[in-house]
Design a protein around this ligand. Structure first.
Ligand SMILES: [Zn+2]
Length: 409
């Protein structure tokens, strides 16, 4: 029996049980194909006390964030544009300048902090992964290589660092110790400092059937309803929230010390009401989700088998975690999906975990001319369709699987 990582209540209700799956970022090299792979349960449960949806089996964070970590933020152009817009809006709203201090948790390769740096605002990245931290340091962005926790916050605070802006994009959901992580933030926050955190919104995950955003590194599936008590416990107050289109629908929450003077924006109540209306406080909403997930699985397998039987070739775009969850949940192997392409050179020449589908550079699409290109990262679907529009020259068609299997015109 496992317990809620926020409130400690006993967990007993499923949102999504995806069976066993390998770690989604464990890309294989050719030599690895001779060996087996480790599979772990991938089961999201929901707490009916505080409505935090969460993986109930937690692997050691070091299983995920090792030096071989192949995710570099800078490879998506739409994500860079999002980061730049965020930086501009923060500078304008909170009037940050050369005497301010920005600290980013999980700063990756410095893709976001570079914009603060260009604006002359002192910044510091905190990043646990050595190879991404190295890229950031090489481009001149001060980076402290560590996980963000009580110890790291205490250490940096003792060095005199107090953040006027403490930000974390797509990190909160990836934290095993949610309470400990949030409790460490006040230590590093200036008295009138602002915390902003972005994370995929559970309401969108459910509404748009985004079960492929479930993977082992993603411990919590967050709503504002579930997060407010976590912040209160840490002596923090959520004073604003914005709804964003990123990752299929995200929230950006703004928090500060309980006693700070930031005024409560009515958006907080509006989002809480919307979550209530969407059924996030009813168990039925969560139990219905499993059925919807199965329907997509059957649609996708049927599509791939039909294509195969008609002698058509299907390839995929985007060797991201999402794709691995989808392909492994559906049991898809290279006989049904010949290869996947990705712009990230560190993934090319490797194989997807579990499915063992080879990863090539995007040029392979133009050499092999598949009949269908399945887009796995649906959050950058438009970008991919523009980049790969030349597939139409040989009658190639785009296909998506989420929220339903569909040929895109
Ligand atoms: Zn709970």
């Amino acid at each position: 029996m496992s317990h809620c990582r926020s409130c400690g209540a006993t967990l007993g209700h499923s949102l999504a049980d995806l069976g066993l799956s390998p770690i989604s970022n464990a890309f294989l090299r050719e030599a690895d194909l001779l060996r087996g792979e480790m599979y772990y349960p991938l089961h999201v449960q929901v707490c009916t006390q505080c409505w935090l949806a969460q993986l109930n089996d937690v692997l050691d964070a070091n299983t995920h964030f090792h030096d071989d970590y192949v995710y570099f933020s800078s490879y998506s152009s739409s994500w860079l544009a999002h980061a730049r817009q965020y930086v501009e809006s923060m500078i304008e709203r909170f009037e940050f300048g050369s005497r301010s201090q920005v600290v980013e948790i999980a700063s990756n390769d410095g893709y976001l902090l570079q914009y603060f740096q260009q604006a002359g605002i002192p910044c510091l990245g905190i990043e646990p992964t050595a190879n991404t931290a190295r890229v950031a340091i090489n481009r001149g962005i001060a980076t402290h290589q560590a996980f963000f926790n009580l110890e790291t916050a205490t250490e940096l605070s003792a060095k005199g660092i107090k953040a006027d802006l403490l930000l974390g994009n797509n990190v909160l959901a990836h934290v095993p110790d949610l309470n400990g992580f949030v409790a460490a933030m006040p230590l590093l926050l200036a008295s009138e400092g602002v915390i902003t955190l972005e994370f995929p919104h559970l309401q969108q995950l459910i509404a748009n059937k985004q079960f492929d955003t479930i993977y082992h590194e993603h411990y919590s599936y967050l709503s504002l309803t579930a997060l407010i008590p976590v912040f209160e416990r840490a002596g923090l107050r959520v004073f604003d929230v914005q709804q964003l289109p990123t990752h299929g629908g995200s929230l950006r929450i703004f928090a500060c010390h309980q006693k700070a003077t930031h005024l409560l924006n009515r958006a907080v109540n509006e989002v809480l009401c919307a979550e209530h209306q969407a059924g996030l406080l009813e168990l039925q909403t969560y139990t219905d989700f499993s059925v919807q997930m199965q329907q997509i699985k059957y649609q996708l397998i049927t599509f791939l088998i039909d294509a195969r039987q008609q002698g058509q070739r299907v390839a995929a775009y985007g060797a991201a975690a999402k794709g691995n969850t989808l392909l492994n949940y559906c049991g898809i192997k290279p006989d049904l999906l010949a290869f996947v392409v990705d712009r990230n050179p560190s993934k090319q020449g490797r194989f997807l975990p579990g499915s063992r589908i080879p990863v090539y550079a995007p040029d392979a699409i133009f050499e092999q001319k598949p009949d269908y290109l399945l887009i796995l990262p649906w959050n950058i679907q438009d970008e991919i369709m523009t980049e790969m529009s030349a597939i139409r020259e040989w009658g190639g068609q785009f296909v998506c699987a989420i929220p339903e299997v569909k040929i895109l015109s």
